[in-house]
Design a protein around this ligand. Structure first.
Ligand code: SF4
Length: 421
């Protein structure tokens, strides 16, 4: 979501005559688009702002803007804590940065009030010449007890289906072949009579997009209808990111997740029944307040049963202002670290085994460029959202190729172009 917002803001500035520079020392304006979801992310921003203090002393004319979730959360306090920050624009106001820079009427250096956004006015932007993120809804109404997002991104608002279909058409006309639809909870998308499966059907039927993905899904709202649409539409890629968070019903309830592990299993079983090839990824938190060893074991057991392709795994960190922040953070840090390390080891073993089963399969993959480690290999992304490395200088970036998987580890696939498809 932040990447998408950064691209949109950059494009808004470029349209107004600004230009991107390679090096920080050449910039007249430095923007930090921030994340508040974990404490570490905010600490990094404060660290970066500390470094920029010296830079600003050497070049006093440079303007520093902090935008996004941390700007929203700390608002005026941020400027008081870090006086060399010139502008603080929250999640609903960041796209007004060009107006603030130009001193347009009604703008201020600190703007964090909600309710100012006409979301259909935010233009979609390409991430690369061949791929794009497209935000379908902003904000979240779920208030999971550990999460700061509803407080910093505001109430859920959906873009109109007309705006989204039109945006996809424009992106496709500009050469984009793969689009990822984004929302904190895409499954609760609703605009007028259009729900999320209906939106997917409209985008597929009314545009020429070749590959369509979406994220993130919430288990309480992922419907059978959505799975049926996924199974019926080959241009919808077979990957769902479905955060589980915990395998214990008591912890899920304390987290405010509104589903049980049994419900989650039912969704996964239905997906696997309908889609023979399918990639499933998740988010997991260990060490939530009061989590016992037995409850942690339930998370391990769920991971064993589900066998995710990959997972983002975290130890619980308190976010001030959330409901869970009022609970005792009573799982000792060393226990949280040990639980996390064991979970990561388990998931890596599973990822390795799942990827081994890809060997021999042909995966239609989007060429993204050279391998980050070796110029000898090209890098592509499979339908299941996995990186595959292959030899093939002639494979143009943005092309879609059948790649036969020949080897795999826990993180990456290796393959070769399957000449006859
Ligand atoms: S669904 Fe829950 S975890 Fe996800 S953004 Fe909303 S409140 Fe946060």
């Amino acid at each position: 979501m932040n990447l998408a917002d950064s691209s949109t803001l950059a494009s808004a500035l470029i349209t107004r005559g600004y230009r991107r520079v390679e090096h920080e020392q050449d910039a007249d304006l430095i923007i930090l688009n921030t994340c508040s979801v974990r404490e570490k992310a905010e600490e990094r921003v404060l660290g970066r702002l500390g470094e920029l203090y010296q830079h600003k002393r050497r070049k006093p004319s440079v303007k520093i803007a902090v935008v996004g979730c941390m700007a929203q959360r700390l608002s005026q306090d941020l400027r008081e804590r870090v006086p060399h920050v010139d502008m603080v624009l929250g999640t609903d106001r960041l796209f007004e940065l060009p107006d603030v820079l130009e001193g347009n009427e009604g703008t201020q250096a600190v703007m964090t009030a909600f309710g100012h956004e006409d979301i259909d006015m935010i233009l979609p932007v390409k991430e690369t010449p061949y791929s794009a993120f497209l935000t379908i809804s902003r904000g979240c109404d779920n208030y999971c007890t550990y999460c700061i997002v509803p407080y910093v991104r505001g109430k859920e608002r959906s873009h109109s289906a007309e705006y989204l279909v039109d945006s996809v058409r424009k992106l496709v006309d500009e050469g984009v072949v793969e689009i990822t639809l984004l929302g904190q909870n895409v499954n609760s998308y609703r605009h007028g009579d259009t729900d999320f499966p209906g939106l997917l059907q409209r985008v597929i039927r009314e545009t020429g997009v070749k590959r369509l993905r979406f994220m993130t899904s919430h288990p309480k709202d992922l419907s059978r209808k959505l799975v049926d649409v996924l199974a019926d539409e080959p241009r919808l890629l077979p990957h769902v990111h479905l955060p589980l968070q915990s395998g214990s019903n008591r912890i899920l309830k304390m987290m405010g997740r509104i589903y049980t592990i049994e419900h989650y299993f039912k969704i996964v079983d239905y997906i696997r029944e309908k889609l023979p090839y399918f990639s499933l990824t998740t988010d997991l938190i260990v060490g939530f307040p009061t989590e016992t060893d037995e409850e942690y074991e339930m998370t391990l057991a769920a991971v064993h049963r589900i066998r995710y392709d990959s997972a983002f795994m975290f130890r619980y960190s308190v976010r001030p202002g959330t409901t869970a922040a009022k609970l005792p953070d009573d799982v000792p840090e060393d226990v949280k670290i040990a639980r996390l390390n064991r979970l990561i080891r388990l998931q890596q073993e599973i990822s390795y085994e799942v990827n081994q089963r890809e060997i021999g399969q042909i995966r239609t993959s989007l060429v993204e460029g050279d391998s980050r480690r070796s110029k000898e290999y090209r890098r592509a992304r499979t339908e299941g959202n996995k990186t595959v490395l292959f030899r093939g200088d002639h494979a143009p970036v943005g092309s879609i190729l059948p790649i036969r998987i020949t080897a795999a580890d826990a993180f990456t696939l290796h393959g070769e172009i399957a000449e006859n498809g």
